[in-house]
Design a protein around this ligand. Structure first.
Ligand SMILES: [Zn+2]
Length: 290
């Protein structure tokens, strides 16, 4: 019987075909052309340019993989896939995109994930088949964004560009080594959900800190586009109630305000670029110190 090529090698060979877009952002796969179109569209928005310019100088290469969105985490980590998870994965991913670690030669997947994780936090993974908590190193990691534009034809209120932007927020946090681990009950984002705001923020009850940031930033982009419907949860498709879809009302909640202050301290460059966009109707980053 012929030797089977280890899966991680075929994935590495496929990722080697990537094409540079701008700065350290690359794209690979059959839907690359559409993703380049989405990146160019994102660049037409001030909020989009604020994030893209930070991602482009974050010191880590970010790959957008437009084909591999149906693969499970186990396939990236080189572990044996768990067959019973596959049908569920296929359906939940129909309106989803993800960020995964991009392993380096000779460095395993979970060590790479630990580099995206903040010091003092842990990331759950497997070592010799056993579930283990890996301590974050905070070094930052190369991140691959699994984003296939064809999946985003009808995803709640979100557009394709919203979905791409959301994942780039996660990729930036991973590149900066700022992911903090917290499993939020009821949220579907396991393992690398960042921090906990559950129970403190009234309209984001079941949302990890990393998702909270990605959602609030994407809401600023939506507002810049003139859309008044803002996303209000990660775990379910909820529109942010009208009474808090306003920068000052949003900051009137202490937990929400503290979460954004923490963001300003952790991501000062991105925060400064967002804080000057005072003309955007919903922009709590601009309202934070005014
Ligand atoms: Zn997310």
């Amino acid at each position: 019987m012929a030797d089977r090529i280890p899966y991680e090698n075929t994935l590495a060979a496929y990722w080697e075909q990537r094409r540079r877009w701008e700065g350290n952002i690359s794209v690979v796969g059959r839907q690359s052309q559409a993703v380049v179109g989405d990146l160019n569209r994102l660049k037409t928005f001030k909020t989009g340019r604020a994030l893209l310019s930070c991602v482009q100088v974050c010191g880590k290469e970010i790959l957008i993989d437009t084909d591999s969105e149906t693969l499970s985490e186990s396939q990236y980590s080189g572990e044996k896939p768990v067959p019973k998870l596959e049908p569920k994965l296929a359906s939940t991913l129909s309106c989803n995109a993800r960020v995964v670690a991009w392993p380096r030669k000779g460095v395993d997947y979970w060590s790479t994930n630990a580099d995206g994780t903040a010091v003092g936090s842990t990331v759950a993974g497997r070592s010799n088949g056993r579930l283990t908590e890996f301590p974050g190193t905070g070094k930052g990691m190369r991140a691959a964004v699994l984003y296939a534009p064809s999946r985003f034809q009808n995803c709640f209120i979100l557009t394709r560009v919203d979905a791409l932007f959301h994942e780039l927020v996660h990729a930036y946090r991973a590149a900066r080594g700022h992911i903090t681990s917290c499993r939020v009950e009821g949220d579907d984002y396991e393992g690398v959900a960042e921090g906990c705001v559950a129970g403190q923020i009234p309209h984001f009850q079941r949302t990890g800190m990393g998702e909270f940031y990605a959602i609030v930033l994407t809401n600023v982009l939506r507002s810049e586009r003139g859309d008044t419907r803002l996303r209000g949860s990660h775990a379910s498709h909820i529109v942010l109630p009208e009474e808090v879809a306003d920068s000052q009302a949003f900051l009137a909640n202490t937990a929400q305000k503290n979460a954004l202050l923490r963001f300003a301290a952790e991501e000062p460059l991105l925060f400064r670029k967002l804080a000057v966009l005072k003309e955007i109707p919903f922009n709590p980053f601009a309202a934070l110190f005014s």
